[in-house]
Structures are given as structure tokens and as C-alpha cells.
Design a protein around this ligand. Structure first.
Ligand code: NAD
Length: 532
């Protein structure tokens, strides 16, 4: 039996750590360590998954040679080597392995803190020069000192535990830190200002964002006690390098250690190279044998779940939803896709904006539901090849469609309900659907008409005058073209006024039939859509 999915693994990812894939019959794993080897491009043509470290640059041209690719896994954290936009536009999910190097990076932080306060690197250099300058290297103890943690996630948390073991107290600033986690870690939650007022050693463990860029900069360093220390193993740019070099030169800081830099590799003329009491390491946080094994096994499991279960919760470029949640939401998501499809067919002119409004039991439904609605909107326009769960939001943005999401409080009639408020070039459109029971989808509203339509097969939607005989005349035209009616649903706003008919039919309703229906004097609009 041939495997269902082929996963290409490169950049010398440790083969022994790929058990999640190699032990599963559904997967064929092909390892080609050098992605410049011609056999790599050949294998990529038929691969569904690709696992890389940092050496392989996954750019648009490489993706163009990978028509079947659905997921790229980065065995590590940073995805700078992967063109996320190009992957998203092609519907390829990109996932990383953020947890595998947590302990490795926390231990490097400890190594740097201890080397910094005991001047290990400088003492070593001095002895090698033939000196024996013991009095120059008097250090301090960690016991009794205060660590100021900025960011108490995976790595920050592990650093906190280790510093506590050294008898330090830990104060932490993290806007997302809960009381429970703070007490589990044995840290005191404080505001950012308190970190700078109280810490002897400051250690950020945050992502690089607009909020964290330069969070340790000229002003904050000035607020630190004289003789304190800074260590950064998070991301370059979190610490302002020029301000740090200046504070070391002036002696305001007793020492610092950096593993990450604004530009990597560090420039030859960086002011950091000449700054005193500074330890510099070349981005070694994840550089342990154990971390490399752990990130490889983490990414293998992620790629397996993505391909086999559609679980994209670890993807950086798709709504984060776990496979079991997706399975539970499936009837609602498919209904969303059908409504999106109907929206494209019925919208008067191009769609300018869509508000996806959901009322129901799940607080995780709205993002994936929106992605499915957009898939439904775009597939009739762009075809099925490029539109999928990952690319839909991106493609909608590219086409200038504004998308909003609204979580509604419970609907009075339905437990699972979704409504699309659409603004199109030539007017608005409102569509709604609901589930009957757990899994039976219905379209329940088209503009102001309350309907009850099972979204499956071919559907002809007519706007007509509510006059006697119109149903018979529509039936005759369809019958004349050998089209069997499976269900006829008529809704009207008032007796003798405007009405909407939704006719489910077996077979294909082509343009000739549609034109014939439009020739009926009572019929003002006719659209045909295939659902389900
Ligand atoms: P994480 O997501 O588990 O933790 C980050 C924490 O930062 C979260 O708790 C978050 O709430 C907090 N945070 C976000 N914005 C904040 C802000 N403005 N102020 C304060 N806290 C804020 O991530 P992690 O795995 O602990 O990684 C932390 C950092 O270490 C990341 O930047 C990661 O890229 C980096 N890292 C570096 C290496 C290395 O080789 N040096 C290795 C692994 C990770």
C-alpha cells in the first residue's frame, strides 16, 4: 500500500526524532540533507509536507515547484527563512516548534547570569594572558538578589524556577501572567516600573513586538540600580544595544550578557564588541543536542496532525484550531462555506465587505468559521486550487474584501446560528444559516425572506411576484429541460408582493435554463448555485 502523505525532511534534521511520521503507515518520509541537491527539488514536486531547520530558504520560487505542499514545519522557533506571505498565498500552513528548546535556553540564561556575576569569561581571558589578578574578579552571590523577569512564558518560567533554586527572589512583569501561574512559579507579579526599581538582574523572555522593542533602553536602564546586570537571550532589539554599551562604559551597569542581536551575525564594528563587562554568545539558546532532538520530534508530530487530521492549531498563518475542535465544528463550517458560496452568486456586484456573525456554544468557532465563509466566497471566483483554510483570509484581503467577525449572544430560535452581513457594490445582502440538532444544516434567511433550505445539490433561487400560476410555469420550464424538482420552497413578504423561491433540483441548471426562467414576466432575478 503506498503512503497517503509524503514528507520531505532536509537540513540534517535528526532522523531518529521523526518517529511520529516514520511509525505511521500513512506517511512516507524522504530525507535529503542538502536542499540544493537536484534530488530535493524533484522530491518536493510530490511532497505534502516539508520539514526544515534554518539553512533552507523557503521562498516563492521553491513553493512554485511544490504544487502538493500543504504544510511546512520549522524544527525550531524563528521562521525568518520561510516566506510566510508566499506560503499563505499558496495555502501552505507554516508551523514551528516553540517548546522543544525551552530548557536549553533557560539553562543558557543561567550559564550567562552566573558567568556575568562571577566574571568567568573575563577571568578566563586574564589567566590565559599569563595574569593572576584575583582581586580584579571579585563577584557577587545570587542568593538574596532579585531577578526582574520581563515575560514569564515557557523560558521565563523555567528561568524563574532555577533562580528561585539559587535563593533569589523573582519579580515578574507579564501582562498575560495569571495569579495561579505566578504562585506556581513562586514569583511576585509587578508592574514594569517595579522591575527597573527592584531588580539586581533583568532578564527579558518576550517576543519582539512593538511593545517589547527597546523595552530595555536608555531610560529604563537609567532607572536600574547602579551595579545591576542585564541578560538577554530572547530576541535582538528587545535591548537597545547602543544604550547598553553606553551604560556598561559608564559603569552604571556592572555587567551584561547577550545571546541575540539586532542584526545577526553581529556586525564587525558593533559598539558591543568594545564594551566592558559584557559576555557575547552567538545565538546559542537552542544549541544543545537535546533541544535539536526535541524540536525535531515536536515538529514531526505537528506535521503529522496537520496532514492527517487537518489540525492547524500550531500554524503561524492559519486560525489556531485543534483537530478535535475542527471535527466538532465541521457541520457549522460547511454551512459557512455554503453561505459564502451563495453570497458570491447572489451579491449584487462584487463583494466589498462581510461581517460574519455567529451565535452558538463554541467560543473557538468564529475564526475558523470566517475562514470557511471566505473559502465559499472565493472558490467560485478563484477555483479550488489556491483557496483553502490557510489562504482564504489572505486572498480576501488581496481582493479588497473587508472582513469583520462578530460573536453574538445566543439566538432566540437556534443554538448554532451564523449570519453574513454583506456589503456589495450594488447593495447589501443578508444570509443566515443554522443547525437543526447537532448536525443538520439549513439556510434560514435570504435577505428579508425566512426560508428553510437544505444546502445540498443544485439550487435555483428566484425572485418573483407572488401571483397565481408562477410555480407551475417555473416547474414547466424545468421539466421541459428534463430537470427534476426535489423541493420547492416559496417565501413571501406579503400576499401578492415580492416572493423568493428556492428550488432544489437534480441535475445541472445551465445558462439556457436560467435565461428561460428570467424570461417569465413574474421573475426578476434567477441565480443557480451548487452547494454541499
Ligand atoms: P512564550 O511565548 O512562552 O513566552 C513569552 C511571554 O512573553 C508570554 O508569557 C507573554 O505573555 C509575554 N509577553 C508578551 N508581550 C509582553 C510584553 N509586552 N511585556 C511583558 N511580557 C510580554 O515564549 P518563550 O518560548 O518563553 O520564548 C521567549 C523568547 O525567547 C522568544 O522571543 C523566543 O523567540 C526566544 N528564544 C530565544 C532562543 C535563543 O536561541 N536565544 C531560543 C528559544 C526562544
Amino acid at each position: 500500500m503506498s503512503a497517503e502523505f509524503k514528507v520531505l525532511v532536509t537540513d540534517k534534521v535528526s532522523g531518529g526524532s521523526l518517529e511520529a511520521l516514520t511509525s505511521d503507515d500513512r506517511f512516507e518520509v524522504v530525507q535529503i540533507d542538502d536542499s540544493k541537491d537536484p534530488s530535493f527539488a524533484e522530491a518536493l514536486k510530490t511532497s505534502h509536507g516539508l520539514i526544515v531547520r534554518s539553512a533552507t530558504k523557503v521562498k516563492a520560487d521553491m513553493l512554485d515547484g511544490a504544487p502538493q505542499l500543504r504544510v511546512i514545519g520549522r524544527a525550531g522557533v524563528g521562521v525568518d527563512n520561510i516566506d510566510l506571505d508566499a506560503a499563505t498565498a499558496r495555502g501552505v500552513a507554516v508551523a514551528n516548534a516553540p517548546a522543544g528548546n525551552t530548557v536549553s535556553t533557560a539553562e543558557l540564561t543561567m550559564a550567562l547570569i552566573m558567568s556575568m556575576v562571577r566574571k568567568v569569561a573575563a577571568a578566563d581571558a586574564s589567566v590565559r594572558k599569563g595574569e593572576w589578578a584575583r582581586s580584579s574578579f571579585k563577584g557577587g552571590e545570587l542568593r538574596g538578589r532579585t531577578l526582574g523577569l520581563i515575560g514569564a512564558g515557557r523560558i521565563g518560567g523555567e528561568v524563574a524556577r532555577r533562580c528561585r533554586a539559587f535563593g533569589m527572589s523573582v519579580v515578574a512583569y507579564d501582562p498575560y501572567l495569571t495569579d495561579d501561574r505566578a504562585s506556581e512559579l513562586g514569583v511576585e507579579r509587578v508592574e514594569l516600573d517595579d522591575i527597573f526599581a527592584r531588580a539586581d538582574i533583568v532578564s527579558p523572555h518576550v517576543p519582539l513586538t512593538d511593545q517589547t522593542k527597546g523595552i530595555i533602553g536608555k531610560e529604563s536602564i537609567a532607572r536600574l540600580k547602579k551595579g545591576s546586570f542585564v541578560v538577554n537571550v530572547s530576541r535582538g532589539g528587545v535591548v537597545d544595544e547602543a544604550a547598553l554599551a553606553e551604560a556598561l562604559k559608564s559603569g552604571h551597569l556592572a555587567g551584561a550578557a547577550l545571546d541575540v542581536y539586532e542584526n545577526e551575525p553581529l556586525e564587525a564594528d558593533s559598539p558591543l564588541r568594545g564594551a566592558p563587562n559584557l559576555i557575547l554568545t552567538p545565538h546559542l539558546g537552542a544549541s544543545t543536542a537535546e533541544a535539536q532532538e526535541l524540536v525535531a520530534s515536536e515538529i514531526a508530530a505537528t506535521v503529522r496532525s496537520a496532514l492527517a487530521d487537518g489540525d492547524l492549531s500550531a500554524a503561524l498563518n492559519a486560525p489556531a484550531v485543534a483537530g478535535d475542535v475542527l471535527r466538532k465544528l465541521a457541520p457549522m463550517l460547511e454551512l459557512g462555506c455554503d453561505l459564502g458560496n451563495l453570497a458570491t452568486v447572489m451579491a449584487p456586484g462584487g463583494i466589498q465587505s462581510i461581517d460574519v456573525r455567529y451565535a452558538g456554544a463554541s467560543d473557538e468557532a468564529l475564526k475558523p468559521l470566517t475562514a470557511y465563509v471566505l473559502m465559499g466566497v472565493l472558490k467560485p471566483v478563484l477555483g479550488g486550487d489556491q483557496v483553502n483554510f490557510v489562504s482564504a483570509g489572505h486572498l480576501a484581503g488581496q481582493r479588497g474584501i473587508k472582513v469583520a467577525r462578530t460573536q453574538l449572544s445566543q439566538h432566540s430560535d437556534y443554538t448554532e446560528y451564523v449570519e453574513l452581513d454583506i456589503k456589495a457594490e450594488r447593495g447589501p445582502l443578508r444570509l443566515a444559516g443554522a443547525l437543526l440538532g447537532d448536525a443538520h444544516p439549513r439556510i434560514v434567511l435570504i435577505d428579508d425572506y425566512h426560508v428553510d433550505i437544505v444546502p445540498t445539490g443544485s439550487l435555483v433561487i428566484l425572485k418573483n411576484k407572488d401571483v397565481p400560476g408562477v410555480i407551475g410555469r417555473v416547474g414547466t420550464i424545468l421539466g421541459d429541460h428534463d430537470i427534476n424538482i426535489a423541493g420547492y420552497h416559496q417565501a413571501r413578504l406579503s400576499k401578492g408582493g415580492d416572493a423568493l423561491a428556492a428550488v432544489s433540483v437534480d441535475g445541472v441548471v445551465d445558462e439556457t435554463v436560467r435565461a428561460a426562467l428570467l424570461e417569465l414576466p413574474e421573475v426578476s432575478a434567477a441565480v443557480v448555485v451548487r452547494l454541499g
